[in-house]
Design a binder for this molecule. Sequence first.
Ligand SMILES: Nc1ncnc2c1ncn2[C@@H]1O[C@H](COP(=O)(O)OP(=O)(O)O)[C@@H](O)[C@H]1O
Ligand SMILES: [Mg+2]
Length: 274
Amino acid sequence: MGNIIAIVNPKGGSGKTTTALNLAAGLTRYSDISSSCLIIDMDPHGCATSSLLGKMDGEVPSRTLFDVLRGAMTPHDGVTSTVYDENIDLLPSCPALESISRTHKVDRLKKVTDALSTSYGWIIIDTPPNMGFLTLNALVTADYVIVPTQCTGLAVSTLQQVADTIDKVKERQNVWLQNLGVLITMKDGRTDLPTDLLKQIKKIFPRKLFKTLITNNIKIEEAPSNFNSIYSYDSGCLGASLYRDWVKGELQRKHKALEKKKNEKMEELNISQV
Ligand SMILES: Nc1ncnc2c1ncn2[C@@H]1O[C@H](COP(=O)(O)OP(=O)(O)O)[C@@H](O)[C@H]1O
Ligand SMILES: [Mg+2]
């Protein structure tokens, strides 16, 4: 079963961390497959880590992904529980993670997820705002990518780089990597999306745009600094219903359809190898 999802976009402020947190919390509540979820925070800034551990004091957590990647701790020992939900665990980030990106190795995270994947139904990887080695490590081990993006000219101009990188990783290191979809975030609720930009997104990522649109919603912004997912923070707000409907509906439907396709392909390959 392919349930490792990397949340990727080199543009900062595109809604990666917000989507990673609310996707993970949504899957623990609404997944048909499994309610256990691990978040791996690959961003040295550690915004997901701070929110999930309920601490904004900048103190480095006692166990981190950095310790695991440098071999000072086993993957299981690096995992910590979170204040969000008993079904969400975390491999925390820390600033030193940045040094891993200078080692130019792309398969270090894969060794970690290989050791942990049977313990969790879902693994969600939050990534930094660049396409460097930390993000590449996430793409090399992921089954799926989700690309959150705002629908503005500047945001759309970074998407071709994401598409090209996914293609390269598929060619070189991870043939099974699939794009689960592009999620528009922070849409202005009062205006329609610019059709020219939508056209550009669809050209870069054909048939990949989620129909769900996440609009600007103050509760979505407030929830992480209150150490809650949007569903716990205000389950009745618009932001909660947008993320909830997406996870319950479109996201899981797409995941199931792509899994089915992948399994058929794998069976075919096995048959041709016999
Ligand atoms: N739908 C939304 N409505 C309002 N604010 C949002 C929404 N999505 C994200 N934000 C806010 O926008 C900022 C950037 O989002 P974030 O998820 O941290 O982006 P990234 O991880 O890509 O840098 C954060 O302050 C976040 O709270
Ligand atoms: Mg982030």
